[in-house]
Design a protein. Structure first.
Length: 414
């Protein structure tokens, strides 16, 4: 009889529909939200910057961008994400703070653009917590809690090389790893023959892929465009990744914990491609225009397509003001200012409705000394809709990171 009750409770936990009250419910689907904007500088300019080649910052999205690196450089930071969610009758606000990883870049041979870069950055994130009152009249008064937490990160080693005609080529070896936990729990609020129980699913992922990138020569020089310089185009390709997935499913009740299933499977993380352009106007104004695509309809679990997935697309426009002649000037003359806009067709499609997002960005960098900066960025985004019993989210994303450079391996004159 107790086993039958546990089976009934398990079915209740699996099938009940809920709305999120502790994070974005959309992260329940697939592998969670995607992250392409590692640093505050990238976030402040719209989150991409595929064609940017900058000696003062690291760019993991395109390994070809490292050819102009002139100092050993370290970058790290934090993200704070606040999410105000609402449906047709109520709203709630939730927040999450997480470490954005780190990157470490070393120039090896400046004339040839040879560099070495490694780091750890987030790729996906799952974070939600839900509590709902049970409505099934066959059971006594009860509540059901749902939660998910975790994500996938990427450990990478990359290098770059300057080709003839000032083209830049880069490649990255990527190791993906992470763990995602999903938990459902039922709690009976009054005396009953049923027992409290929880249903826990743990998925551990790991897999290997690669990224290749290319940045063109300065077409402003070739075309002789007045007032514009450093006009470059960039492209990236990240391979699809067969993620090995180990799974454990546990049922916990007053009788103890029962391991109900253990197994392994393969999850196919689809490839990613992107293209962008960047140029400098009147010496001090940097502009970027980018497009990123990842076909999440090809996200599969043991060859079976996952539901509620569509192809991911992001378009962004970025801007940065930097006084190129202010390195030894007053403090405020050295501050860099940024802004951006983006549109995303997210990888989620729920009840036949595409979950899209529009965002605006702002940011700045303040000097911490010669070639060192403390960077800030803010994003306001609106995602989803209240139509078809869905959720609309107002997203407040704040990022702080630092970029520290130091001269190593200086060759002495003979």
């Amino acid at each position: 009889m107790k086993k039958i009750k546990l089976l009934i409770i398990t079915a209740l936990l699996i099938t009940t529909e809920v709305f999120s009250s502790g994070g974005s419910l959309y992260t329940r689907y697939g592998l969670g939200d995607l992250y392409n904007d590692y640093s505050s500088r990238r976030l402040g300019m719209g989150g991409l910057g595929i064609a940017l080649s900058d000696k003062d910052y690291l760019n993991y999205l395109n390994p070809a961008s490292l050819t102009d690196l002139n100092l050993v450089r370290f970058e790290t930071g934090l993200f704070y994400i606040g999410d105000n969610m609402k449906d047709n009758s109520s709203s709630t606000f939730n927040a999450n703070t997480f470490f954005s990883g780190f990157m470490f870049g070393i120039p090896i041979e400046h004339d040839l653009g040879i560099t070495f870069n490694f780091g750890v950055v987030p790729v996906t994130n799952v974070h939600y917590a839900v509590s709902v009152a049970g409505t099934d009249t066959n059971f006594s008064s009860h509540s059901i809690d749902y939660s998910g937490d975790g994500g996938i990160s990427k450990i990478f080693i990359s290098s770059s090389y300057r080709l003839p005609l000032d083209f830049s080529l880069g490649a990255s070896f990527d190791y993906y790893t992470g763990k995602i936990d999903y938990n459902s729990a039922i709690t009976f609020l009054s005396a009953t023959d049923f027992t409290n129980a929880s249903f826990d699913k743990q998925f551990s992922y790991h897999g290997i892929g690669f990224t290749a990138g290319l940045i063109s020569t300065d077409f402003a020089k070739i075309l002789g465009i007045g007032g514009i310089k450093n006009l470059r185009f960039g492209m990236i390709y990240s391979s699809s990744v067969p993620l090995h997935c180990d799974s454990v499913i546990n049922m916990t009740s007053s009788n103890g914990t029962i391991e109900t299933a253990v197994g392994s499977s393969t999850v196919n993380l689809p490839y990613k491609i992107g293209a962008g352009a960047a140029f400098i106007l009147m010496d001090n104004y940097q502009f970027t225009l980018d497009y990123l695509y990842q076909p999440f309809t090809q996200l599969t679990f043991n060859g079976i397509s996952l539901p509620n997935m569509q192809n991911y697309k992001k378009m962004s426009l970025g801007f940065e003001y930097r006084n190129q002649f202010a390195r030894l000037s007053e403090f405020w003359d050295q501050v860099m200012w940024r802004g951006g806009l983006s549109y995303e067709q997210s990888q989620y499609i729920i009840n036949g409705t595409s979950i899209n997002q529009v965002s605006a960005y702002a940011g700045c960098s303040i000097p911490l000394g010669f070639d060192n900066t403390l960077d800030f960025a803010f994003e306001y985004g609106k995602r989803g809709t209240t139509d078809n019993n869905l959720l609309q989210e107002n997203i407040f994303n704040f990022s702080i990171s630092c970029s520290l450079g130091e001269l190593w391996f200086q060759r002495s004159e003979r």
